[in-house]
Ligand binder design. Structure first.
Ligand SMILES: Nc1nc2c([nH]c(=O)n2[C@H]2C[C@H](O)[C@@H](COP(=O)(O)OP(=O)(O)OP(=O)(O)O)O2)c(=O)[nH]1
Length: 161
Protein backbone atom coordinates (compact mmCIF):
# COMPACT_ATOMS: atom_id res chain seq x y z
CA UNK A 1 0.00 0.00 0.00
CA UNK A 2 1.15 3.55 -0.61
CA UNK A 3 2.32 5.37 2.51
CA UNK A 4 1.99 9.09 2.90
CA UNK A 5 2.17 11.92 5.36
CA UNK A 6 0.37 15.08 6.40
CA UNK A 7 2.02 17.74 8.55
CA UNK A 8 -0.10 20.32 10.36
CA UNK A 9 1.98 23.30 11.52
CA UNK A 10 0.23 25.22 14.29
CA UNK A 11 1.29 28.71 15.38
CA UNK A 12 -0.75 30.13 18.28
CA UNK A 13 -4.36 29.74 17.17
CA UNK A 14 -3.60 29.34 13.47
CA UNK A 15 -2.81 26.36 11.26
CA UNK A 16 -0.86 26.39 8.01
CA UNK A 17 -2.76 24.80 5.15
CA UNK A 18 -1.95 24.55 1.47
CA UNK A 19 -4.16 24.95 -1.53
CA UNK A 20 -3.06 21.97 -3.61
CA UNK A 21 -2.24 23.06 -7.14
CA UNK A 22 -1.86 19.66 -8.81
CA UNK A 23 -2.30 15.91 -8.35
CA UNK A 24 -4.53 14.17 -5.86
CA UNK A 25 -6.84 16.65 -4.13
CA UNK A 26 -6.08 19.49 -6.57
CA UNK A 27 -7.94 22.68 -5.72
CA UNK A 28 -8.64 21.63 -2.12
CA UNK A 29 -6.98 22.73 1.12
CA UNK A 30 -4.92 20.22 3.05
CA UNK A 31 -1.85 20.05 5.24
CA UNK A 32 1.52 19.85 3.48
CA UNK A 33 2.42 16.24 2.80
CA UNK A 34 2.65 13.53 0.21
CA UNK A 35 3.81 10.08 -0.64
CA UNK A 36 6.81 8.46 1.02
CA UNK A 37 9.78 7.82 -1.25
CA UNK A 38 11.90 4.68 -1.17
CA UNK A 39 14.57 4.79 1.49
CA UNK A 40 13.09 7.52 3.66
CA UNK A 41 11.31 7.22 6.98
CA UNK A 42 7.82 8.57 7.53
CA UNK A 43 9.20 11.52 9.50
CA UNK A 44 11.75 12.26 6.76
CA UNK A 45 8.87 12.24 4.29
CA UNK A 46 6.87 14.75 6.35
CA UNK A 47 9.89 17.07 6.67
CA UNK A 48 10.79 16.81 2.97
CA UNK A 49 7.25 17.34 1.71
CA UNK A 50 6.74 20.37 3.96
CA UNK A 51 10.02 21.90 2.76
CA UNK A 52 9.25 21.17 -0.90
CA UNK A 53 5.68 22.40 -0.81
CA UNK A 54 5.92 25.53 1.35
CA UNK A 55 9.63 26.14 1.96
CA UNK A 56 9.68 25.90 5.75
CA UNK A 57 11.74 23.55 7.89
CA UNK A 58 9.95 21.60 10.58
CA UNK A 59 12.00 20.14 13.40
CA UNK A 60 11.97 16.33 13.04
CA UNK A 61 11.97 15.30 16.74
CA UNK A 62 9.35 17.92 17.55
CA UNK A 63 6.87 16.37 15.13
CA UNK A 64 4.10 14.91 17.21
CA UNK A 65 2.42 11.84 15.79
CA UNK A 66 -1.26 12.68 15.73
CA UNK A 67 -2.87 10.08 13.53
CA UNK A 68 -2.89 7.13 11.20
CA UNK A 69 -5.51 7.23 8.50
CA UNK A 70 -6.31 4.52 5.99
CA UNK A 71 -8.17 5.52 2.88
CA UNK A 72 -9.96 2.61 1.20
CA UNK A 73 -11.37 2.70 -2.30
CA UNK A 74 -14.01 0.12 -3.27
CA UNK A 75 -12.87 -2.04 -0.35
CA UNK A 76 -9.14 -1.90 -1.05
CA UNK A 77 -6.68 0.10 1.04
CA UNK A 78 -5.15 2.80 -1.17
CA UNK A 79 -3.15 5.11 1.05
CA UNK A 80 -2.00 4.78 4.63
CA UNK A 81 -1.39 8.29 5.86
CA UNK A 82 0.63 9.30 8.93
CA UNK A 83 -0.46 12.61 10.44
CA UNK A 84 1.90 14.89 12.37
CA UNK A 85 1.35 18.10 14.28
CA UNK A 86 4.02 20.58 15.29
CA UNK A 87 4.55 24.06 16.67
CA UNK A 88 8.21 24.23 15.73
CA UNK A 89 9.34 25.46 12.34
CA UNK A 90 11.83 27.81 10.68
CA UNK A 91 11.21 30.10 7.76
CA UNK A 92 8.30 31.86 6.10
CA UNK A 93 5.89 29.81 4.01
CA UNK A 94 6.15 30.52 0.28
CA UNK A 95 4.21 29.10 -2.64
CA UNK A 96 5.57 26.35 -4.89
CA UNK A 97 4.42 24.65 -8.06
CA UNK A 98 2.52 22.17 -5.92
CA UNK A 99 1.02 24.33 -3.20
CA UNK A 100 -0.15 27.76 -2.15
CA UNK A 101 0.24 28.19 1.64
CA UNK A 102 -2.28 30.05 3.78
CA UNK A 103 -2.72 30.43 7.55
CA UNK A 104 -6.22 29.82 8.93
CA UNK A 105 -7.61 30.46 12.39
CA UNK A 106 -8.24 27.01 13.82
CA UNK A 107 -11.95 27.77 14.18
CA UNK A 108 -12.09 28.91 10.53
CA UNK A 109 -10.58 25.90 8.77
CA UNK A 110 -12.40 25.66 5.39
CA UNK A 111 -13.82 22.14 5.70
CA UNK A 112 -16.14 22.78 2.75
CA UNK A 113 -13.04 23.13 0.55
CA UNK A 114 -11.22 20.04 1.81
CA UNK A 115 -11.45 16.26 1.51
CA UNK A 116 -14.89 15.38 2.82
CA UNK A 117 -13.60 13.11 5.58
CA UNK A 118 -11.36 15.77 7.14
CA UNK A 119 -14.16 17.36 9.20
CA UNK A 120 -14.40 14.07 11.12
CA UNK A 121 -10.80 13.91 12.30
CA UNK A 122 -8.92 17.18 11.76
CA UNK A 123 -10.74 19.19 14.48
CA UNK A 124 -9.65 16.61 17.08
CA UNK A 125 -6.08 16.57 15.76
CA UNK A 126 -5.91 20.38 15.93
CA UNK A 127 -7.22 20.06 19.49
CA UNK A 128 -4.20 17.91 20.40
CA UNK A 129 -5.83 14.48 20.24
CA UNK A 130 -4.65 11.33 18.44
CA UNK A 131 -6.74 9.41 15.97
CA UNK A 132 -6.75 6.09 14.16
CA UNK A 133 -9.26 6.10 11.34
CA UNK A 134 -10.40 4.23 8.27
CA UNK A 135 -12.30 6.05 5.55
CA UNK A 136 -14.25 4.30 2.84
CA UNK A 137 -14.66 5.68 -0.65
CA UNK A 138 -16.53 4.14 -3.56
CA UNK A 139 -16.77 4.75 -7.28
CA UNK A 140 -13.40 3.91 -8.80
CA UNK A 141 -10.21 5.87 -9.27
CA UNK A 142 -9.09 8.53 -8.79
CA UNK A 143 -9.70 8.63 -5.05
CA UNK A 144 -10.49 12.34 -5.07
CA UNK A 145 -13.40 11.81 -7.46
CA UNK A 146 -14.86 8.85 -5.58
CA UNK A 147 -17.74 9.17 -3.08
CA UNK A 148 -16.97 9.25 0.63
CA UNK A 149 -19.37 6.71 2.10
CA UNK A 150 -18.39 5.65 5.59
CA UNK A 151 -15.76 5.86 8.32
CA UNK A 152 -14.60 4.34 11.54
CA UNK A 153 -12.55 6.31 14.07
CA UNK A 154 -10.79 5.53 17.32
CA UNK A 155 -9.59 8.47 19.44
CA UNK A 156 -6.74 8.94 21.91
CA UNK A 157 -4.68 6.03 20.66
CA UNK A 158 -0.92 5.70 21.16
CA UNK A 159 1.45 4.95 18.32
CA UNK A 160 4.59 2.79 18.57
CA UNK A 161 6.44 4.42 15.69
N1 LIG B 1 -6.57 15.51 4.35
C1 LIG B 1 -6.65 14.44 3.55
N2 LIG B 1 -5.56 14.08 2.85
C2 LIG B 1 -5.70 13.02 2.05
C3 LIG B 1 -6.88 12.29 1.91
N3 LIG B 1 -6.66 11.28 1.03
C4 LIG B 1 -5.37 11.39 0.63
O1 LIG B 1 -4.78 10.66 -0.17
N4 LIG B 1 -4.77 12.45 1.26
C5 LIG B 1 -3.40 12.95 1.16
C6 LIG B 1 -2.35 11.94 1.49
C7 LIG B 1 -1.15 12.55 0.81
O2 LIG B 1 -0.52 13.48 1.67
C8 LIG B 1 -1.74 13.33 -0.36
C9 LIG B 1 -1.55 12.63 -1.69
O3 LIG B 1 -0.21 12.51 -1.97
P1 LIG B 1 0.51 13.49 -3.00
O4 LIG B 1 0.22 14.89 -2.68
O5 LIG B 1 1.95 13.07 -3.05
O6 LIG B 1 -0.25 13.04 -4.30
P2 LIG B 1 0.04 13.47 -5.77
O7 LIG B 1 -0.85 12.64 -6.64
O8 LIG B 1 -0.04 14.95 -5.88
O9 LIG B 1 1.53 12.94 -5.88
P3 LIG B 1 2.82 13.37 -6.64
O10 LIG B 1 2.75 12.57 -7.90
O11 LIG B 1 2.80 14.88 -6.81
O12 LIG B 1 3.87 12.89 -5.67
O13 LIG B 1 -3.13 13.41 -0.12
C10 LIG B 1 -8.00 12.69 2.66
O14 LIG B 1 -9.09 12.10 2.60
N5 LIG B 1 -7.83 13.78 3.48
Amino acid sequence: MIEGTLCFVVDDDEVLLIEKRRGLGEGWYNGPGGKREDGETIRECAVRETREEVGIDVDTPALSKAGELTFRLDGDPQIHCHVFRTHRFDGDPRPSEEARPKWFAIDEVPYDRMWEDDRHWLPGVLDGRTVDGTFHFEGGEPLDEADFVDYDIEWDVSFDE
